[in-house]
Design a binder for this molecule. Sequence first.
Ligand SMILES: Nc1ncnc2c1ncn2[C@@H]1O[C@H](COP(=O)(O)OP(=O)(O)OP(=O)(O)O)[C@@H](O)[C@H]1O
Length: 294
Amino acid sequence: MTDSSAHVRVRDIRKTYGKFTALDGVSFDVARGETFALLGPNGAGKSTLIEILEGYRDRTGGDVSVLGVDPQHGGLEWKAKLGIVLQSTGESGNVTVHEQLTHFARFYPNPRDVDETIAAVGLTSKAKTRIKALSGGQRRRVDVALGVIGRPELLFLDEPTTGFDPEARHEFWELIRELKREGTTILLTTHYLDEAAQLGDRAGIISAGRLIEIGEINEIGGPAARVPIVRWRDSGGLHEERTSEPAHTVAALFARLGKEPDGLEVIRPSLESVYLGLVSAAAASATDLAKELA
Ligand SMILES: Nc1ncnc2c1ncn2[C@@H]1O[C@H](COP(=O)(O)OP(=O)(O)OP(=O)(O)O)[C@@H](O)[C@H]1O
């Protein structure tokens, strides 16, 4: 995509720490209003990339534009349009949840209502509790509330639901869907592939500092990685057939057996299984290359 109105535009970005290359020529765009999931194994370079986009880290090379501004030169007005939920939090304050959000809301020209924001992250019953007395997952919800209180045009979420219980994760997804409906552009990193599949329009996969795949969530990896499996059981044991026409396979089984096969399932590969295939293929080809060069 080469959309000139893209909210995030990254071209051939490089970042080295001494001799170590953390980002090795990554390029992609995130369109206005899009939710883009950045995926990749531990140490792949996701946080480095996000922190460069947020203006917290300088890049070694390449071009970056975030809301039309180079993050290395972003001023206060630019920062007020960003919402940031960092991977690790320092929030352990002596103030209450309500006080903290009221304090931060004052920094923004058009903040969200504090009580509504507290409700949206499921903390109404803890609004008057000091942050240091909250559980880890509840503190994470405060981080998310602080990230969205300023009604950001672009929201960065770096592993936002780590430590959330399943119910809180589902509530959080609803909040993000609401922000999407309001037109917020979202850049999300997560190790929960179901979260990426639930929320993302597109995903990019980073491995060892390179973008190895990018595409629509439902298409990433290409058709070959997404062929469904029909699984059933009979007296001979468990059977599986990979087929792009699962309905035909099921109909043929039904005709042959005269009844629905036992344990019948049609399994469509999840984003997680497609992701694992792509990441292990990238790691294998990097190992082959290293052997050739040795
Ligand atoms: N300040 C630093 N100095 C040296 N190396 C660093 C520094 N920050 C990050 N790195 C290295 O750069 C690589 C990418 O790190 P980064 O935190 O961006 O990965 P990540 O994809 O966010 O990983 P995770 O999923 O574990 O959060 C890692 O190998 C890391 O050790």
